[in-house]
Design a protein around this ligand. Structure first.
Ligand SMILES: Nc1ncnc2c1ncn2[C@@H]1O[C@H](COP(=O)(O)OP(=O)(O)O)[C@@H](O)[C@H]1O
Ligand SMILES: CC(=O)OP(=O)(O)O
Ligand SMILES: [Mg+2]
Length: 396
């Protein structure tokens, strides 16, 4: 008997969802809502060979989840057989280091953590509430982005600030996108036919949010996101690393409050802040049309990423595989190309034509001469979430 699980992955700008039974090949339905909060959003719902598309503006994630439910009602499959719902939950803080059955106390704790993930925990909570209203009689499970990084060594997760403040307020590097980094590093070992336990891997999860991790023998040893999903790489609307002196300077020079600066760094920075476009597809066409700001933004993005890769090679003491994943990593050859070319001096050799191949399959984009294997591996946070959900409900 089929035991379908509904998976909801509320990202900052999107909701990805799947209905799947991990024991059966392939999902029963897959969908994505994109550009939530922008002038026009889209929803795409796939059931078998049938695809349904709508252009509708969704102001927030609550409206978007309602539309997802409507897609199932209008086009199937029915949600009446669903045995559990798995929710991607971005910030678990120190409270949650593994997937957890959701109850009111869990939601209350997630609300407390919202300040630490302002673009993510509120949409995630909206998703939980909306799904609980539609499917009140099945278990709902939270799968945390932070869980995979609970293994980071203290030297990697400790900020060099006052130790009493650190202890009192739980300040540390938590790391995010962990479900993806974990899934993709395992898939890399399978692709290379090497035991996970002996592989040093650097995973670049480049989506609207972006992070990079260093994984040694399947265990995360460092990652670029921090206390919040703001630290690290350049992202669609987030700055990533800046001088910690910036808030004070902007306060004095521009009269901006802490909240003003935080909103600017989270929502009006990154690629959007630098050139007005947040989507790598738009940035590519802008560059082709001669937009110099777009070219500079891409150069900054690549420069930051190359710096992190070099740093993680040093931290790992060498690397076997560099893996690109998520929306940008899987699709943007104009990002992967400049990154890998700049690493030539460290033994990376890009196969230029393999880099241009468009595919939904795991693939290699380095030449046989490359000392480091460079891979593109599609992430599947929903499949990994389904396995986590099954494990939690199996214990009930
Ligand atoms: N065909 C494509 N070419 C280049 N970039 C793409 C393409 N498709 C998606 N992207 C990039 O991927 C991003 C979305 O990545 P995704 O992993 O889905 O993000 P998130 O989960 O944070 O919403 C888009 O903002 C865009 O920059
Ligand atoms: C944590 C995070 O940045 O997630 P997303 O990439 O979905 O915005
Ligand atoms: Mg994502």
């Amino acid at each position: 008997m089929s035991q379908p699980i509904l998976l909801l992955n509320c990202g900052s700008s999107s909701i990805k969802y799947q209905l799947l039974d991990p024991a059966q090949p392939g999902p029963q339905a897959v969908g994505i809502v994109q550009r939530i909060g922008q002038d026009m959003s889209t929803i795409d719902h796939e059931v078998g060979d049938s695809e349904y598309h709508e252009d509708v503006p969704f102001a927030d994630h609550t409206e978007a989840v309602a539309a997802v439910v409507r897609m199932f009602e209008d086009h199937g499959p029915s949600l009446s057989d669903v045995v559990a719902v798995g929710h991607r939950t971005v910030h678990g803080g120190s409270a949650f280091v593994e997937s957890t059955l959701i109850d009111d106390a869990v939601v209350a704790k997630l609300e407390e953590l919202s300040d630490l993930a302002p673009l993510h925990n509120p949409p995630g909570i909206a998703g939980i509430r909306a799904a609980e209203a539609v499917l009140p009689n099945v278990p709902h499970v939270a799968i945390f982005d932070t869980a995979f990084f609970s293994t980071l060594p203290a030297e990697a997760y400790t900020y060099a600030i006052d130790a009493d403040l650190t202890a009192k307020y739980g300040i540390r590097k938590y790391g995010f996108h962990g479900t993806s980094h974990s899934y993709v590093s395992k898939k890399a070992a399978e692709f290379l036919d090497r035991p996970l336990g002996e592989l040093k891997t650097i995973v670049c999860h480049l989506g609207n949010g972006a992070s990079i991790s260093a994984v040694d023998g399947g265990v995360a040893v460092d990652t670029s996101m921090g206390l919040t999903p703001l630290q690290g790489l350049v992202m669609g609307t987030r700055s990533g690393d800046v001088d910690p002196g910036l808030p004070k300077y902007l306060n004095r020079a521009a009269g901006m409050s802490v909240d003003d600066v935080d909103a600017m760094l989270n929502k009006a920075s990154g690629m959007g802040g630098m050139c007005g476009y947040t989507d790598m597809r738009d940035i590519k066409s802008q560059i082709e049309a001669g937009n110099e700001q777009a070219q500079l933004a891409l150069d900054v993005y690549v420069h930051r990423l190359v710096g992190y890769i070099g740093s993680y090679i040093a931290i790992l003491g060498g690397v076997d595989a560099l893996v690109f994943t998520a929306g940008v990593g899987e699709n943007a050859d104009h990002v992967r190309g400049p990154v890998v070319r700049r690493l030539k001096g460290l033994g990376f050799d890009l196969d230029e034509s393999a880099n241009l191949v468009r595919s939904k399959q795991a693939r290699e984009i380095s030449t046989p001469e490359s000392q480091v294997r460079v891979l593109v591996i599609p992430t599947n946070e929903e499949l990994a979430m389904a396995e986590e959900t099954l494990e939690v409900i199996g214990k009930l």
